[in-house]
Design a protein. Structure first.
Length: 287
């Protein structure tokens, strides 16, 4: 048994040595780059990354350009009307932890690109920030899928935002969306300065959203976990809450309030916008 273990370790060590020393770049950082021009027919940019510290940057350019610092390779490819950015890591997958903190990816996109983007993060971290709240990233559709890891998103103005989290941690700030949906099955999502229509579904984990303005309807659904909705003092809404298990609470003094074990109804201000809250388990807090 010991002999088999020794042979295995020798083979593993030989493979690692070959991979890191004889592939041309050893343990030192190497740079991989790739680019594809954005045309009038480009409808979507897709970013699919894992185990890499990544950031997306808008620039005055006409292509999607990616630079990877560290071990691995980056590909920027066109498929029909879509441009895809993907990263491939080197070495045994269980040794990638050794490289993760050293490897970084920067993706440059045209500052005048305003169509669709899909971002998929398997692990690692990614940051995408507009210049300011007054100079946000403008997109038609933004779809985000987080498997694990962490994401930072700031200063966006989009028509449609779709967010899915199965784990990890997400931080957003200054987000304006005509329509926004958040599907959280695990992990935590923290949103500040959000405005727009909101549809939130939490089956586990935590979602807290601070609304800059209440300008459209809100739908909240919790089957497990926690949702906190922080509304401005001048918000005008009608609350319709249903509780089959768990807890639903509101810090607002509601007019015409109806409260029972399974129901909360009432109006605040003019009652212009509808807030529907459904708790089958877990908690929803409106403050």
């Amino acid at each position: 048994m010991q002999r088999i273990l020794v042979i295995f370790l020798v083979i593993t060590g030989a493979y690692i040595g070959w991979n890191y020393w004889f592939d041309g770049d050893g343990l030192n950082f190497a740079r991989a780059e790739d680019s594809v021009k954005v045309s009038n027919g480009t409808e979507k940019i897709t970013v699919d990354v894992s185990s890499v510290a990544s950031k997306i940057v808008q620039e005055d350019r006409n292509d999607v350009h990616a630079e990877l610092e560290g071990k691995g390779s980056v590909k920027v490819m066109r498929h029909g009307d879509e441009i895809q950015v993907t990263v491939k890591r080197k070495g045994f997958f269980w040794f990638n932890w050794f490289e993760m903190d050293q490897t970084s990816l920067t993706i440059y996109i045209p500052e005048d690109y305003e169509k669709d983007m899909d971002i998929e993060l398997g692990s690692g971290k990614i940051a995408f920030k507009g210049n300011s709240a007054d100079q946000p990233v403008k997109l038609r559709n933004l779809a985000i899928n987080i498997g694990s890891g962490s994401m930072t998103l700031e200063n966006f103005d989009v028509e449609n935002l779709e967010h899915q989290s199965s784990s990890g941690e997400v931080s957003m700030d200054s987000i304006s969306a005509s329509s926004g949906s958040f599907d959280v099955s695990s992990g935590s999502v923290h949103v500040k300065n959000y405005s727009g229509k909101l549809d939130a579904d939490v089956s586990s984990g935590e979602l807290d959203i601070q609304m800059k303005q209440l300008i459209d309807d809100v739908d909240l659904n919790v089957s497990s976990g926690y949702i906190e909705l922080d509304l401005p003092n001048e918000a005008d809404f009608t609350l319709d809450g249903k509780i089959s298990s768990g807890n639903l609470s509101s810090d607002f003094s509601l007019k015409n309030k109806e409260a029972s074990k399974n129901r909360i109804r009432g109006k605040y201000g003019s009652g212009k916008f509808q807030i529907n809250a459904d708790v089958s388990s877990g908690n929803i807090k409106i403050k």
